[in-house]
Design a protein around this ligand. Sequence first.
Ligand SMILES: Nc1ncnc2c1ncn2[C@@H]1O[C@H](COP(=O)(O)OP(=O)(O)O)[C@@H](O)[C@H]1O
Ligand SMILES: [Mg+2]
Length: 366
Amino acid sequence: MIVKRAELYDYRNYAQARVDFCDGINVLCGDNAQGKTNLLEAIYFGSVGRSPRTPRDKELIRKGCDRGRIKLTQLDRGGENTVEILLDRNENKRVAINGMPITRMGELMGVVAAVYFSPDEMRIIKDAPGDRRRFMDIALCRMSKAYFYLLGRYNKILAQRNRLLKSGKATDDVLDVWDAQLAGEGAKIVKTRRGYVERLGGFAREAHEYLSDGKESLKLEYEGFEGADQAEIEKNFACELFRNRERDKALCFTSCGVQKDDIAVKVGDTDVRAYGSQGQQRTAALSLKLSEMELHRAQSGEYPALLLDDVLSELDPYRQRKLIERSKNYQTIITCTHLPAEIASALGEFALYSVKGGAVSVDNKA
Ligand SMILES: Nc1ncnc2c1ncn2[C@@H]1O[C@H](COP(=O)(O)OP(=O)(O)O)[C@@H](O)[C@H]1O
Ligand SMILES: [Mg+2]
């Protein structure tokens, strides 16, 4: 799948812009604070319905405006499709696919497929488990609407259980009902995530080996409820909920569940999350993103677009070259403040754009 075109109206610092991308490497060059990240953010927003930078959609509307709009045109094996998102200061966002409004956000998943990587995301390995969980959940949502709705149901049940605990009226009868539901949906999540991490692990090991010139072997392990099958996971989850029940009542929230799970990232016997060098953590983060590209293709038959936000300047020359080599396999959109000659020559053919004050112009079609 490729992103053919992005159109932005009153979005961030863009009053109106239209950018046509090529199917290979696209380089967006410009000084700081000109709108490069904003453009990648818009593409990612059209992909999964949330910004990588903020959970507050209203921030995306251009200052002084009441509404903003993003329109993306993609091209996949099935032909062209458009995704349009309308942002309104006073209302929830509205989404239309091929001009037809959708009623459930899950319909958005997978139309525009994009993987985003920025210096912030390089911390995914050493950051709190929440970031690794989000990584996994967003990837799964993009590949499966069913997972998106499953996660929504789980979070709703969890919120209701927490509300009940806070109200101080949590009787064992009522908790029995919520716990059964939570364990049921939770077990489906664990099973899906475990399968995902297992499959991702193979691609991540390959990517990490590639990036470290065969010197390091990366291993991913899902950390969550154990169980040979869904029924056993569900039983283990339910037991844990029951074991923690009195504590949960005292704490007024649910202290165990899939909202606590994590991915262990290891090189050899070293847990990279806690003990990896900065270089190892960065390489592992990049390996995760590249493996996400591969897994998506294995599942859907097509690569997503890769969005690299200011990433090249953060890597050593060896990894820069390796990443550039890989990027040639897919549509890649790269941002940078300047383009050193050695990077330009490693990129080979690419389309160059300059971004200035919320305007994008084509520099050359290389
Ligand atoms: N909602 C908004 N309305 C208008 N301008 C915005 C909005 N949000 C961010 N900006 C502006 O966008 C610019 C940052 O753009 P960004 O894409 O992050 O820059 P960069 O080119 O460095 O990646 C800043 O000048 C910021 O003030
Ligand atoms: Mg930026």
